[in-house]
Design a protein around this ligand. Structure first.
Ligand SMILES: NC(=O)c1ccc[n+]([C@@H]2O[C@H](COP(=O)([O-])OP(=O)(O)OC[C@H]3O[C@@H](n4cnc5c(N)ncnc54)[C@H](OP(=O)(O)O)[C@@H]3O)[C@@H](O)[C@H]2O)c1
Length: 220
């Protein structure tokens, strides 16, 4: 896979905090964004609140009409949501943002039996879909504002070209995306989120993030 993906992007669960923030930043950068919800009316209302030409539809319709599908739902809703869009996303890139938090103990790392939410997503969707995971360490309440965020986004996936396409999306969101390697490595970023939540609480931080230090050269 080496094409450039500049077609429509679906944000599944885009009525929520992270999805709305990603949708808004992508649309503001000029991307065509289809905001999905289980309820098309909820999607349309959220889309018109966000502006920038975003349109709302059911999760299934948004997924079917997009080239890249970003999934932004709670861990408890991951399996049902992915199963609902699965018939519409064969051959596409799916960006899974799921952090496997298990309330009420969200400050404790509780990765699923599959090793990570991202690997679980690939298992649910099967090999016809290329899963990439990203956005785990960015606070939605910061992303929804028009301010620079001091946070890198680690991007994981077994297909380097698909990771590169997602890094372009991250760039359109105004953030630096970095290759984090194989999809299985997503476990590290997913686990780190519980630690960031712990740091927020312990040190009174308003949405701690991560930054990779050192001079990076573009990968070949
Ligand atoms: N919030 C953050 O700062 C942040 C940062 C990094 C990663 N994440 C991860 O990103 C994902 C989304 O987080 P969020 O805070 O945006 O979540 P959220 O606002 O709680 O929910 C997002 C959307 O998911 C859908 N949803 C909720 N419960 C559902 C259910 N039981 N079944 C099916 N769909 C359901 C809803 O959309 P409809 O009702 O419209 O269908 C909702 O608007 C999570 O996995 C989270 O861990 C969040």
């Amino acid at each position: 896979m080496s094409e450039k993906f500049d077609g429509p992007v679906a944000v599944i669960g885009g009525s929520g905090d992270l999805g709305a923030a990603i949708a808004r930043r992508l649309a503001k950068a000029g991307r065509t964004v289809l905001l999905g919800s289980r309820c098309p009316d909820t999607a349309s209302a959220a889309a018109s609140r966000l502006g920038f030409g975003i349109s709302g539809r059911s999760n299934e319709e948004a997924a079917a009409a997009a080239d890249i599908v970003i999934v932004t739902v709670p861990f408890a809703a991951q399996e049902a949501t992915l199963s609902s869009i699965a018939p519409h996303i064969k051959g596409k890139i799916v960006v899974d943002t799921t952090v496997p938090l298990v309330p009420p103990r969200v400050m404790r790392v509780q990765l699923p039996a599959e090793g990570s939410a991202a690997v679980r997503a690939q298992g649910i969707l099967g090999d016809d879909v290329t899963v990439v995971s990203a956005f785990h360490s960015v606070a939605a309440h910061k992303l929804i504002r028009d301010r620079t965020i001091a946070c890198d986004v680690l991007v994981f996936g077994d297909d380097k070209s698909a990771r590169s396409a997602v890094i372009e999306l991250v760039r359109d969101c105004g953030l630096r995306g970095l290759h984090g390697g194989a999809l299985a490595n997503s476990a590290a970023a997913e686990a780190l989120t519980s630690i960031l939540i712990f740091i927020n609480k312990t040190y009174g931080v308003d949405g701690a993030g991560i930054q990779i230090t050192g001079k990076l050269t573009e990968p070949g």
